[in-house]
Design a protein around this ligand. Structure first.
Ligand code: AMP
Length: 215
């Protein structure tokens, strides 16, 4: 199964991608995670990407397409993959089609998660992650221990640098200007399935499963 998860920041792409990893035993390819790893490693690419990421802007198409092209050629993508956060622009979508054609592959489905803007802002401002084990929390909906530590390992929780309200609003604007047009792009390709992302995690998962059964 070769899937793209489309949707604004906070729509639940990462959460749903993790569930699809288990269901289909295929890798999640998150360009955001790969870029954050590069920032952490202070690689030349990471140092360059950090400025755009901190302001909520997009990293250049060339850089992101390069990372994805390399990743899709790895053996574990042979049976399929879940792209989470890529493509985000039309040139990226064109490049993806080209890379896949070179590998004699094409996408099976593009799932677009629909969530209202104010719900997205609330989800993102409350989002925290354990610095040690990576477990995700939401301060209101899925709170950590009463002293603010991780329930699994006792680690310290951290907030992503770009999960502060001003940057979140900028990321939303970037999404509407540069990424939302991909809904039309993939509708024309006959690949787009819109899913209501406002409900419970398991209900969203069930809608996605139903959509993928029809592929
Ligand atoms: P995410 O974790 O998907 O929300 O991505 C975090 C940040 O990484 C974004 O705000 C962008 O700065 C950058 N990023 C991730 N994926 C892409 C992409 N496909 N194209 C450009 N920038 C990206």
């Amino acid at each position: 199964m070769k899937i793209v998860l489309l949707g604004p920041p906070g729509a639940g792409k990462g959460t749903q991608a993790a569930m699809l990893v288990t269901a289909f035993n295929i890798p999640q390819i998150s360009t955001g995670d790969m870029l954050r790893a590069a920032v952490q490693d202070q690689s030349p690419m990471g140092i360059k990407a950090k400025e755009s990421m901190d302001s909520g802007a997009l990293v250049s198409d060339d850089v992101v397409v390069g990372i994805v092209r390399e990743r899709l050629q790895q053996d574990d993508c042979e049976r399929g993959f879940i792209l989470d956060g890529f493509p985000r622009t039309q040139p990226q979508a064109d490049a993806l089609k080209h890379v896949l054609a070179g590998l004699d592959k094409e996408l099976d489905s593009v799932i677009s998660l629909q969530v209202e803007t104010e719900a997205l802002v609330e989800r993102l401002t409350g989002r925290r992650t354990c610095a040690d084990c990576g477990k995700g929390y939401h301060l209101r909906y899925d709170p950590p221990a009463s002293d603010g530590s991780c329930l699994s390992c006792g680690g310290q929780l951290i907030q992503r640098d770009d999960d502060v309200e001003e940057t979140i609003r900028n990321r939303m604007q970037v999404y509407h200007q540069q990424t939302a047009p991909l809904e039309d792009y993939y509708t024309k390709e006959g690949l787009l399935v819109s899913v209501d992302g406002m409900g419970e995690i398991n209900s969203v998962r069930d809608q996605i499963s139903t959509a993928l059964q029809a592929v």
